[in-house]
Design a protein around this ligand. Structure first.
Ligand SMILES: [Zn+2]
Length: 245
């Protein structure tokens, strides 16, 4: 079993997709998850070219799924941290499971699509919300740092820049920021967005190392870094408020 993220270009849009090869599987299946993420599950020996051709042939259908999703009303942020709630982490849904146990402090673990919080039996609703949220935010900080470093690294290579320093901060309503010394700051909630939107946030800030403004030169740099950035910027603008706790 192997899982890899690939991409193809179709018109102005880059389609990122995850490939899962499964021995014993006979047919090729393409799915779009709730956050717009694309997964191709293929028989073990299927070539990359065959998979890319399938994604390309399905591109109009994928875009129709994205449009349909955009019309659905998203869940409002403001979670209470109770069982049944969920977050989307980089486009994958994780459902909360809260267990009241004979423990002294709140702890958190993750497995296949579930985030489990273990909470002391006598914990009040308010303390449960605060403490579960703190644990989740600290985990999101780590993930944003890790994925931010990787994504910014990829973009720097594309633009011929030295690798950039990335730090995670609570920067209010902004997704990212670029300091005068050329350091990229990312909000910890950025990984709640699907990977393509997360990449756009990183690309935007890395391009600010080259151009401090949003001038035509800045936009040309973004064209080189992430050709589909206009589409991603529009998606972040319209759906960004979903990606919060
Ligand atoms: Zn900017």
């Amino acid at each position: 079993m192997s899982e890899r993220v690939r991409s193809i270009q179709y018109g102005n849009t880059t389609f990122h997709y995850q490939v899962r090869r499964r021995r014993g599987r006979e047919t090729l299946e393409l799915t779009v998850d709730q956050a717009g993420g694309i997964t191709v599950t293929a028989p073990g020996g299927t070539s990359d070219e065959r998979i890319a051709a399938t994604v390309r042939s399905k591109a109009p259908w994928i875009m129709a799924q994205w449009r349909r999703q955009a019309r659905l009303l998203p869940p409002p942020p403001g979670r209470r941290f109770v069982s049944g709630e969920s977050i989307a982490y980089l486009g994958r849904t994780y459902q909360f499971r809260v267990r009241k146990l004979d423990v002294r402090q709140v702890s958190m673990s993750m497995q296949a699509g579930t985030i489990e919080f273990r909470v002391p039996k006598r914990c009040s609703d308010r303390a449960q919300r605060t403490e579960c949220r703190q644990l989740l935010v600290s985990w999101l900080r780590e993930r944003t740092a890790l994925h931010g470093q990787r994504a910014c690294g990829r973009i720097c290579r594309k633009l011929g820049l030295e690798p950039v320093d990335v730090a995670v901060r609570d920067i209010g309503r902004r997704w990212g920021s670029c300091t005068p010394s050329g350091r990229v700051l990312l909000h910890w909630k950025a990984v709640l967005a699907p990977m393509p939107l997360f990449e756009y946030v990183c690309a935007h800030e890395v391009c600010h190392i080259l151009h401090r403004d949003h001038s035509a030169a800045f936009r040309r740099a973004l064209d080189r870094a992430l050709p589909e950035w206009r589409d991603l910027a529009a998606r972040l603008e319209s759906r960004g408020y979903r990606y919060d706790l």
